[in-house]
Design a protein around this ligand. Structure first.
Ligand code: S3P
Length: 451
């Protein structure tokens, strides 16, 4: 077989995991910092007055892409010198960003590209945003369209990157009713709203994560929120401060499901962010029968809520997951579907078409992966039907999607044979050190890092 010619067209040189079956997870662990909060702390820190100190920033490829972008626009960002040290972002003020000399390459990071489109359409210089193969396929008109209504000049290529952003010739606030509940759309508009004349208002059809609203408030911006509507007016300045980034619930979710499936002694996850706009995964797992205890930890005013999460081995059963549940657990569907495949009975997911425009088409990728391990799954346009049962070993193509790779690593806990997961290098976009974390908690993973 030639190097680039295995049966799924994946070069052998590409990174992969081989996970032993029937492992156990036990003990206690933290997980790396929250990705959404880390991106926002870098971006708002960049345009604040003064130095923003960030404790627990996620140093993953996605967040490093945001850090590189703001550095390319003249912002000094000091990375920690030793483990446990803070990051420092030396803010240049609302109007202090400088024109980058090259295109901004945002790698795999949709959050960087969408939020920066909002921030950059308000600057006095032009920019071009590009990314990796996956990001170059993702829809950008969802942010470009409302930003154009504000007066921004943005060109996409058939709706996708490269995103060409002209220099700002004056933005005005809009009253935007978003077609989908998306924190990325809402955040892009709010970031542009920091520079707009008049009121910028966004109303969503459902709740999406509210880290931008919380963090803007902690930087001194007056944020008015009522139901599904948020509104701001351009402030004179943003006030730098100190941010503590909690552990990412989306990363913890892999171990939460793993512990439900295979933790005779239980697992405790320390200092995890439990912002209520993110905790859909906990609600869904509890509905499936998961035994999860949340012990809230004290936080200072303005900080994101944080908790220790204790999970005991649980017998899971299938449930119906409908549109209203989706946005609050949008990134957790790959691992929730692995849980469904290992549960008793049938899980039906509907109203989840947004999953098709993530780092991969997460409906098709999950369906293909579960089928490769012997699960019975039916693909629907807006979701899937998963019939719980036994899994066997096999080979799963993650399609370069970090969350698919990590979700199927956990599937091995219930599989009768070893699971090989292909194309795993992008796990580092959200969870650097995932294999070591999983190994410390008892899993047996051989990582081929590729060439
Ligand atoms: C994110 C929002 C979500 C999520 C993504 C991170 C954010 O996207 O899927 O991983 O940080 O704003 P949408 O809000 O567009 O669904």
């Amino acid at each position: 077989m030639s190097k680039s010619d295995d049966k799924q067209g994946i070069p052998e040189s590409q990174a992969s995991y081989l996970v032993e079956p029937a492992g156990q997870l036990a003990g206690e662990s933290s997980v790396p910092g929250d990705k959404s909060i880390s991106h926002r702390s870098l971006m708002l820190g960049a345009i604040a007055e003064g130095v923003t100190e960030i404790e627990g920033l996620l140093a993953s490829q996605d967040c490093l892409a945001t850090a590189a972008a703001i550095r390319a626009m003249g912002v000094r960002v000091d990375a920690p010198k030793a483990e446990g040290d803070c990051w420092y972002v030396h803010g240049v003020g609302l109007r202090g960003l400088k024109r980058p000399t090259e295109n901004l390459d945002l790698g795999n990071s949709g959050t960087s590209m969408r939020l920066l489109t909002g921030l950059l359409c308000a600057q006095d210089f032009a920019t071009t945003l590009v990314g990796d193969e996956s990001l170059m396929k993702r829809p950008m008109e969802r942010v470009a369209l409302p930003l154009r209504q504000m007066g921004a000049r943005i060109t996409t290529s058939d709706g996708r990157p490269p995103v060409y952003i002209e220099r700002n010739r004056g933005l005005k606030g809009i009253d935007y009713h978003a077609p989908v509940a998306s924190a990325q759309i809402k955040s892009a508009i709010l970031l542009a709203g920091l520079y707009a004349r008049g009121v910028t208002r966004v109303t969503e059809p459902g709740i999406s994560r509210d880290h931008t609203e919380r963090m803007l408030a902690s930087f001194g911006v007056v944020v008015c929120r009522k139901g599904l509507t948020v509104e701001i007016e351009a402030p004179a300045s943003l006030r730098a401060g100190r941010i503590v980034v909690p552990g990412d619930l989306s990363s913890a979710a892999f171990f939460m499901v793993g512990a439900c499936l295979a933790s005779d002694r239980g697992l405790t996850l320390r200092k995890i962010g439990v912002n209520p706009t993110r905790t859909g995964v906990i609600d869904i797992l509890r509905k499936m029968g998961a035994k999860i205890d949340i012990a809230m930890l004290p936080t200072r005013i303005g900080e994101e809520p944080v908790a220790d999460i204790r999970v005991a081995k649980s017998r899971l059963h299938g449930i119906d997951i409908v549109a209203a549940d989706v946005a609050l657990a949008i990134d957790e569907f790959p691992i929730l579907m692995v849980a469904a495949a290992c549960a008793d009975g049938v899980t039906r997911v509907s109203g989840a078409e947004e999953l098709r425009v993530k780092e991969s088409d997460r409906i098709t990728t999950v369906v293909d992966g579960l089928r490769a391990l012997g699960a019975k799954v039916e693909e629907k346009a807006d979701g899937m039907v998963v019939i719980g049962g036994a899994l066997h070993g096999g080979e799963v193509n993650s399609q370069g999607d970090h969350r698919i790779a990590m979700a199927f690593t956990m599937a091995s806990l219930m599989a009768a044979g070893a699971v090989r997961i292909l194309d795993t290098s992008n796990v580092a976009t959200s969870f650097p050190g995932f294999v070591d974390h999983a190994a410390r908690l008892g899993m047996k993973i051989v990582e081929n890092r590729g060439e």
